[in-house]
Design a protein around this ligand. Structure first.
Ligand code: ADP
Ligand code: ADP
Ligand code: ZN
Length: 214
């Protein structure tokens, strides 16, 4: 099973991908996470991507499609893939098609999380993650059960992204509208798009996704 989670920044893609990983043993392929790891490690890709990400603009199609190809090869043929934050442009959608075909994979579902733009700034500015295991949280919508301690791994350090601020979010939303939303008709023509209300409670969103993937 290969699925794409599509939606603007803060729509809940990462949250839902983490749940699918836990429940179905699928692999989450988040280009955002991969790029942040490259920035942290100071690799050539990271050095190129850092300033672009801080501005909220998109990193080049070649870079992200390259790292997705490497990750697909690293994970082996049997695990299902959840693409989170990729593809984000028409060129990336075309690259993904080829990357999958070359590996004998087919795209089963594109799940679009529909959200009110007004809610996204609050979601993004309240977002934080466990520094140890990467589990996502929110100041208001999903706090650790025991304050200051990660539910999943017991870690006590958390981090916030430098691009999760109200100004950068506007640029990221504009990038989504201009470059990412226009790829939906391409997948609609294939009959594989399902729209889900991303404003619902997290558990409800998960239940709706489970219905789609069966
Ligand atoms: P994305 O990966 O699409 O950018 P995230 O999954 O990181 O979005 O979610 C952004 C923030 O909103 C996180 O802090 C997360 O805990 C919170 N969040 C995710 N889904 C919901 C939801 N359905 N209702 C309320 N808050 C949510
Ligand atoms: P969010 O889930 O909040 O939308 P991501 O973690 O997916 O954010 O992406 C963070 C940043 O990383 C983006 O603003 C962009 O600069 C870069 N990025 C991530 N994925 C891609 C991609 N597929 N194409 C181009 N840039 C990307
Ligand atoms: Zn943790």
């Amino acid at each position: 099973m290969n699925i794409i989670l599509l939606g603007p920044p803060g729509a809940g893609k990462g949250t839902q991908a983490q749940r699918l990983v836990e429940r179905h043993g699928m692999r989450q392929l988040s280009t955002g996470d991969m790029l942040r790891a490259a920035v942290k490690a100071g690799t050539p890709i990271g050095l190129q991507a850092k300033a672009v990400m801080e501005r909220g603009e998109l990193v080049s199609d070649e870079i992200v499609s390259g790292i997705i190809g490497e990750e697909l090869d690293a994970m082996g043929p049997d695990a299902g893939a959840i693409f989170d934050g990729y593809p984000r442009t028409e060129a990336q959608a075309m690259s993904l098609e080829k990357l999958l075909a070359d590996r004998g994979r087919t795209l089963d579902h594109v799940i679009e999380l529909e959200v009110d733009e007004d809610a996204l700034v609050e979601r993004i500015t309240g977002r934080f993650t466990c520094a140890t295991c990467g589990k996502g949280y929110h100041d208001k919508f999903e706090q650790p059960k025991l304050p200051g301690t990660c539910d999943k791994c017991g870690g006590t350090e958390f981090k916030r992204r430098p691009d999760d601020n109200a100004e950068t979010v506007r640029t990221r939303m504009a990038e989504y509208r201009a470059k990412t939303a226009p790829i939906l008709p391409y997948y609609e023509a294939k009959g594989i798009v399902t729209r889900i209300n991303g404003m619902a409670e997290m558990d409800e969103v998960t239940a709706e996704i489970e219905k789609v993937i069966g």
